[in-house]
Design a binder for this molecule. Structure first.
Ligand SMILES: Cc1cc2nc3c(=O)[nH]c(=O)nc-3n(C[C@H](O)[C@H](O)[C@H](O)COP(=O)(O)OP(=O)(O)OC[C@H]3O[C@@H](n4cnc5c(N)ncnc54)[C@H](O)[C@@H]3O)c2cc1C
Ligand SMILES: COc1ccc2c(c1)CN(c1nc(C(=O)N(C)c3cc(Cl)c(F)cc3C(=O)O)c(Cl)s1)C2
Length: 449
């Protein structure tokens, strides 16, 4: 009942981490009538003059859009996003071709990370019961006393006593570090051998230097580069490559030789000087996967987003999954009348298998990409996918379509994919059997004529 919900509803919610997921979650809780305090370690990105310059973009798709729709923000975000209707594959000889995402202009959206974070923070801040506290870094979570210790901007420490703590403090989460100290808390982290570096393709005379509405990919086995379009008509490129190959590219000549060898068509697009300067200015960052369970402690703390499930980016689902965490958490809070003692365990139980499924799918894509994804194999696999989908539209849905263009729970996507693989391989054998039988009968008929 509403009264019961009001009785058990968390009055004060502390959200640790005001990144993409934390900021969205603040909007969800505020709309529920809770008092929300967001504690963010960094300064207010909306005020900081030092614009890092690099506009980082992300692919927003169905799951993330639905989470924004739950709080009435989807139209605003979709309006600023740039639709990508397919992949534009760049092969080693400079040729390129499109592999569409689906029929009738199905698209994913390239959105600016910083602008999205600013929009979510500003939306949260406008709601009456939300306070944002920047340069507040969580240092302690005392589960028994149910309080948090944070370092304030003036380096003093403050202690707060919320009814609920939500850890959305990213892959290196401090809230999670305190969950780790609890009995029966499982944790695993895996760094992959690849790192990534961002580069920029600037506009040419104010226009996009390549086709704007595509996710550009240069698949090259051991490494790859992708490029997503930005509002300012530039592209942000992400070069994924093993650290031990990055280590061999140590001089401007070696950068240019490497790009001539592997990404020749990108050199004039980026520009030789900019390529060399960006390559040595921008960091080579690490990529890791984090799995842990459960996601909660008692009726006091829960973790969401990368804090709960950091994944390698080879499906473009990290933010989409973190946004979907908010959708699931708030559905369960509603179903449990805001009773945290039952809603939080229900959240861990439902969300962990799905989050770990997408972590596995993304890692599998990373392995696949290293061995099988060249420009020709990428095309062939997608052509087979679309052929099977057209033959059996309700039986065969390509894996990337279930992940990116549906809200089928990630764990169910894997089960369905296994089933589809069986059906397809059986259908394949039947087809093979039938054609061999057919050929034999034809041959026999000819012989008896
Ligand atoms: C190269 C790359 C490409 C990607 N591409 C995509 C994509 O195309 N689509 C997609 O959906 N996802 C993508 N992702 C994943 C996406 O970036 C993350 O999943 C998403 O940013 C997670 O959001 P979050 O809010 O959980 O964590 P974060 O964005 O990391 O935010 C955590 C926040 O918590 C703060 N914080 C940390 N510690 C503390 C503390 N102790 N106290 C207070 N505050 C703290 C941090 O300052 C930060 O603001 C990509 C990731 C990478 C690395
Ligand atoms: C900003 O940094 C990044 C980094 C990686 C990604 C994104 C943004 C967005 N990503 C998407 N991946 C898929 C997908 O399903 N697959 C199988 C793909 C996987 C890879 Cl690795 C790829 F290069 C293309 C596709 C593809 O099909 O286009 C989408 Cl659909 S969107 C990966």
């Amino acid at each position: 009942s509403a009264a019961a919900a009001a009785a058990t509803a968390p009055k004060r919610v502390a959200i640790v981490g005001g990144g993409l997921v934390g900021a969205l979650n603040a909007v969800y809780f505020a709309r529920r009538g809770c008092n929300v305090d967001v504690y963010e370690a960094r300064d207010d990105i909306r005020q900081s003059k030092t614009y890092s310059g690099r506009s980082i973009n992300l692919a927003l798709s169905t799951r993330g859009i639905q989470a924004l729709k739950d709080v009435g923000l989807d139209e605003m975000v979709v309006a600023t996003g740039i639709p990508m209707y397919g992949r534009m594959i760049h092969n080693p000889t400079g040729g390129k071709y499109v592999v569409p995402y689906g029929k009738d202009n199905q698209a994913i959206l390239s959105v600016d990370r910083r602008k999205l974070n600013e929009l979510l923070l500003t939306t949260a801040e406008k709601l009456p019961n939300v306070s944002l506290h920047f340069e507040h870094k969580l240092t302690e979570v005392d589960v028994k006393a149910r309080n948090l210790t944070l370092r304030a901007p003036d380096r003093s420490t403050i202690t707060v006593k919320p009814d609920l703590v939500v850890g959305s403090d990213g892959a290196y989460s401090s809230v999670r570090r305190h969950l780790l100290q609890q009995p029966r808390f499982n944790y695993a982290q895996t760094y992959i051998a690849h790192g990534y570096k961002e580069l920029t393709i600037p506009p040419v005379d104010g226009k996009f230097a390549m086709e704007a509405n595509y996710l550009h990919i240069w698949p090259r086995h051991e490494f790859m580069m992708i490029a997503l379009p930005n509002q300012d008509r530039s592209f942000t490129c992400t070069l994924f490559m093993p650290f031990d190959i990055f280590a061999t590219i140590s001089t401007p000549e070696l950068v240019l030789a490497f790009f001539r060898e592997n990404f020749a068509d990108a050199i004039p697009l980026i520009g030789q000087e900019r390529l060399v300067s960006d390559f040595f200015t921008n960091p080579t960052s690490t990529l890791m996967m984090v799995k842990c369970s459960p996601y909660h402690i008692d009726d006091f703390a829960v973790i969401i987003g990368d804090a709960a499930h950091a994944m390698v980016p080879f499906y473009g689902q990290g933010m989409n999954c973190g946004f979907e965490d908010c959708t699931v958490l708030h559905r369960l809070l509603g179903e449990h009348n805001m009773d945290l003692a039952t809603a939080l365990p229900a959240y861990s139980k439902e969300r962990n298998p799905d989050a770990e499924a997408i972590c596995d799918l993304a890692l599998h894509n990373y392995v696949e990409m290293r061995h099988h994804v060249t420009s020709t194999s990428f095309l062939l696999r997608k052509k087979l996918d679309s052929l099977l989908h057209s033959l059996m539209p309700n039986t065969f849905i390509p894996l990337y379509t279930m992940v990116t263009f549906s809200r089928i729970p990630y764990a169910e996507v894997i089960e369905r994919q296994k089933w589809q693989d069986r059906v397809v391989s059986r259908a394949g054998y039947l087809l093979l059997g039938a054609s061999v039988l057919g050929a034999a009968l034809l041959a026999k008929q000819r012989l008896t004529k």
